[in-house]
Write a protein that binds this ligand. Sequence first.
Ligand SMILES: C[S@@+](CC[C@H](N)C(=O)[O-])C[C@H]1O[C@@H](n2cnc3c(N)ncnc32)[C@H](O)[C@@H]1O
Length: 352
Amino acid sequence: MAEIQAQVEASALLPDSQPNDPQPTKDPAEDCTENGRSVGWESSEGDQYFAKLRRNADKSDKKSATYFYKFMRVIGREIDKATNAFKAQRVDSTSPAILDMCMAPGAFLEVALKKNPGSHALAFSLPVSSGGYKSVLASDLDAKRVFLDVTMLAADMDMDLIPEGHEDEKFLPRQLEEGMLFDLVICDGQVLRQHLRPPFRETREATRLIITQLALGLQHLRLGGTMIVLLHRLEAWNTVNLIWMFRKISWVRLFKPKSGHAKRSSFYMVATNVDSQNPEAVEAVKRWKRIWRIATFGSDEEYGKVNLYEDTSVETLLKDFGPELVKLGKTIWKTQANALAKAPFMGKQKPE
Ligand SMILES: C[S@@+](CC[C@H](N)C(=O)[O-])C[C@H]1O[C@@H](n2cnc3c(N)ncnc32)[C@H](O)[C@@H]1O
């Protein structure tokens, strides 16, 4: 069990945010988490603990994949029990369609397919040969599995012409036809250290992965559909803005599974009844695609200027969304604070 725990926790590394992001709000539970985090960061035992988790997470053989699958299934069921997220909300009598942007080993997709009788799925995942996780999704489930690097879906991201001589030539043809719609979209992608990719992608990969999942997921979400999205650091500027944007077009809940994610900054956003045709949604898809182009083809200088949410001021965000964010985040911060207080590398110190 320790090995399984290790792999799942390591899957929640690599927060997509910067240490200097504006910190829009403070809450007692957050203070507690911050305190727990700083004690953890100063602890060399903490470094060793997380290094071991990372080593375990890099194994992708059959045995590890099965362990990881079972543990992800525990997490999936925990999310579903708390939020009913995996139940597609139907607007007509067609069979529910599910899109999983980063499926392997496939546990969330299994939970979703079983929860929605008669449903079918399209599932992308990084090929094992590129360093991706192995899929152990049962072969009798109705899922079309396509192994590819989603961040290279250039045509789907509206980039048909690739600049000549570009360093990375493995750009992919269209996979999602216009008008192809899904009732439930799962965005649980996690950048993997063992994913072989050209050096220019290193610092940009977390951004490229999350915005590709979000752009294609929201673009192909049926009106009133559900999105489940893995996020990191609730107090980071980009994360807060993203949640605020979804809050304008859907019913948002945040959930931090106690299994696997408790000590990490990671958590899930469950957005239901999403108005995917709302101008805010359409604009967000366009913005994510624009940023993907800069992150993929732009110079370091161009990429350095990228600001996912350039139009928002901290004051406006605090005024319009601050109190609600605190409400949404309370349990997330509290869960992490409690877990950090009990972490093996924290010695006898407890958050104040
Ligand atoms: C946390 S795991 C997903 C677990 C899955 N939700 C489950 O329940 O079994 C993260 C996944 O993201 C995939 N991934 C990472 N980078 C990717 C990329 N560029 N394209 C496609 N998949 C990617 C990994 O291969 C891995 O399968």
